[in-house]
Every structure is written in structure tokens, then in C-alpha cells.
Write a protein that binds this ligand. Structure first.
Ligand code: ZN
Length: 358
């Protein structure tokens, strides 16, 4: 039985900014390899692992897709002993000053901090100012000459926040978006070791979601699954947020309802959750879901997608926060959905002319 906390610590400690996913890809491959029948990387860098089902003949397939990349920074300029950076993905500039970072330089990682001008030296105008990335610097504690020797323009930079427990059930870490979902997929693969499932299951860890869902487009196309579940994070309820757009941590995963998502597949997942007596909140996404589901849905002749999300607080900061049982519940739900797939499922999930159920 996987120790979920240990699994999350391992996943969140691996680097892997969008387009530079090798460290996390290798980590996930090592974990998924014993749980699946085949494992491979695609030309763009997605990790695809397949676990065969028990049905005879050509089996339908369900894809579980979780992106593995994380947001970060890239060195854009070297200014004496300091580095200037540009964002990889949706960095929140406000949280950067005073944070610990790692500069992934050619000859090895360098520890750094994002500098912060002491409040005593700030003008009253500066104190009220929102500091843009152009006015922020990374200090790696080396001289200008050493920096010039060791750091290159284009080196990627990650948050150096180590995973840390707030209490037994609540973890703070960087990259819980979306390593929390990679952990959920891992739990599903583990649970399927002792569960019958007729369909083939494809687990995908996709690349470059944070910079435009890049890996997911190829995944839907080359795997061409009959159904897909995308697993991502959603907004946890926290001070200053609206109730309708956020979800309480510890109250279970959410299910997406909206334009990228298949209403009949949604209903089926809801039914399974009801049978499990699991609370499942609607994440209302009437237009774009902002997730890999957009890309997978439009592949081939259209792939029916469901979206299961795990609420986290402080999204896109070094202190993303999750409650472990939300991950466990998301996994349990997916395992039950998968083991309930049979020869009739695709017909049940097809739109019937004349029907008015959705
Ligand atoms: Zn994200």
C-alpha cells in the first residue's frame, strides 16, 4: 500500500518546469513501471503507461490524464551578481520576494533567493507598489565573475520550498498542481492491481500544460481513447475568495460540468460517487475548463471527457496546500468508475436521437 504522504513528497521534490520535465518524468516512470504492462515516452515527452483489461478481443480504452509539469522561472538576463528572470507559466509575482529558489545551472543546481529590499529603505510609494518581475532579482550568493561562469541565460529556476506538513492531514508543497493528481493516478493504478477491469487503462503524465495544454493535444490524438478522465487541481476555499468559485479542502474532489466535458459521462461518474456515498461538488465550467480536457476533447473525432479536480489553496505559489483524503477520494472514485466499465458502457454514454436526458 502506497504511503501517500511519502509519494507526494517524492513527486513534489522532483523538478520539471514546463518543457523541462525529465526529472519528474523519470520519477513517475519508476513508480508506474511496476504497476503497468507497458510504459513509454512520446516524441513530445508525455509518459504513457498502459494496464491491460480482462475483456477478450479488442478492448475499449480509458485514459487517465494528469499533467506533470510545474510553473517556474527562466534566467533572462545576468546583471552583475544578480539574475533577472521571466516566468514559465502563471507565476504570481507578489509571492516571489523573499522566496527560496533553485537555479538549475549546467554544472549543477545553485541555491538562490529572490531578493527583497528592506522595508526601511523603501519609499512610501514603493511600499504600496505591486512589484513586477522586471524589478525582481535572484541572488545566488556568488560574485559577478562566478555567476558569469556558472549561470547561463535560459537556465530554468524552480521554487525551493521543501514539502512540509501543517498537520497529519494537510501538506504544503510546491507543484501540488499537478503532482496531487499524479499521486491520485498512482493510487488508481495500485488499486487496480487487485480489482478486475475489463477495459484497458492508459495513464498519461502530460507535459507543458502550464504553457498551453501542449502535451495533452498529442495524448488525445495518439492514444485515441474511448473515454478520458482528466485529473487536475481546482481552487480551494480560502480567505478572500468567493464561495461559488472555491471548494472546501477535505470535502472531496470536484467534478467538472461544462462545455469541455461530456454530460453523460459526468452523470455516470456522479452515479458512481453516489453509490460510494462520496460527496462530489460541481465545478461549474460553462466555457473553457482551462485544463487538458480542452485538448483531449477535440482530438480525433472528439473524445468524451470527465474532469475530476482536487482542491488546493494558494495555487501557483510555493505553498500550495492540499488535504490528503481529497486525493484518496479522487483515486477511489476513478477506480470504481474504471472497474464498472463494460461492453455496454459506450452505448450507454452515446447521445440518442430523440432522447432529452441532457
Ligand atoms: Zn497550474
Amino acid at each position: 500500500m502506497t504511503d501517500l504522504l511519502q509519494l507526494l513528497k517524492t513527486l513534489c521534490s522532483a523538478s520539471g518546469m514546463s518543457a523541462y520535465e525529465s526529472p519528474i518524468r523519470n520519477t513517475i516512470a519508476e513508480i508506474w513501471e511496476p504497476l503497468t504492462d507497458t510504459i513509454e515516452t512520446t516524441p513530445i515527452g508525455n509518459l504513457i503507461a498502459t494496464k491491460q483489461g480482462t475483456a477478450a478481443g479488442e478492448r475499449p480504452t480509458i485514459l487517465l490524464a494528469a499533467h506533470m509539469d510545474m510553473i517556474g522561472l527562466m534566467v533572462s538576463q545576468i546583471s552583475g551578481e544578480f539574475l533577472k528572470v521571466r516566468p514559465i507559466g502563471g507565476i504570481d509575482n507578489r509571492v516571489l520576494p523573499g522566496s527560496l529558489v533553485t537555479v538549475h545551472a549546467n554544472d549543477g543546481d545553485l541555491s538562490g533567493v529572490v531578493t527583497s529590499k528592506p522595508p526601511h529603505l523603501q519609499t512610501s510609494a514603493e511600499r504600496k507598489q505591486y512589484l513586477s518581475l522586471d524589478d525582481q532579482y535572484i541572488d545566488v550568493g556568488l560574485s559577478a565573475a562566478e555567476v558569469a561562469e556558472k549561470v547561463s541565460i535560459g537556465d530554468v529556476v524552480s521554487f525551493a520550498q521543501a514539502p512540509s506538513l501543517l498537520n497529519e492531514t494537510t501538506l504544503v508543497a510546491r507543484s501540488l498542481d499537478n503532482r496531487a493528481s499524479v499521486a491520485a493516478v498512482t493510487l488508481v493504478l495500485e488499486q487496480l492491481q487487485s480489482r478486475q477491469h475489463q477495459w484497458d487503462v492508459i495513464a498519461a503524465a502530460t507535459v507543458q500544460e502550464e504553457v498551453g495544454l501542449v502535451g495533452a493535444y498529442g495524448t488525445g490524438f495518439d492514444q485515441n481513447p474511448d473515454l478520458a478522465i482528466v485529473i487536475d487541481v481546482t481552487f480551494g476555499r480560502q480567505a478572500g475568495t468567493q464561495e461559488w468559485e472555491t471548494f472546501k479542502l477535505g470535502n472531496g474532489p470536484t467534478i467538472g460540468w461544462g462545455a469541455n466535458l461530456h454530460p453523460l459521462f459526468y452523470k455516470r461518474v456522479r452515479k458512481v460517487a453516489a453509490e460510494l456515498e462520496m460527496t462530489l461538488h460541481d465545478d461549474l465550467l460553462p466555457r473553457s475548463s482551462g485544463t487538458d480536457a480542452i485538448a483531449i476533447q477535440v482530438s480525433q473525432s472528439g473524445i468524451p471527457c470527465a474532469l475530476i479536480s482536487i482542491p488546493i489553496k494558494n495555487m501557483h505559489t510555493p505553498v500550495e496546500t492540499v488535504v490528503l483524503k481529497d486525493i484518496e477520494r479522487a483515486a477511489k472514485l476513478m477506480t470504481e468508475v474504471i472497474s464498472g466499465l463494460d461492453a455496454n458502457t459506450l452505448d450507454e454514454l452515446s447521445f440518442k436521437l430523440g432522447a432529452t436526458d441532457v
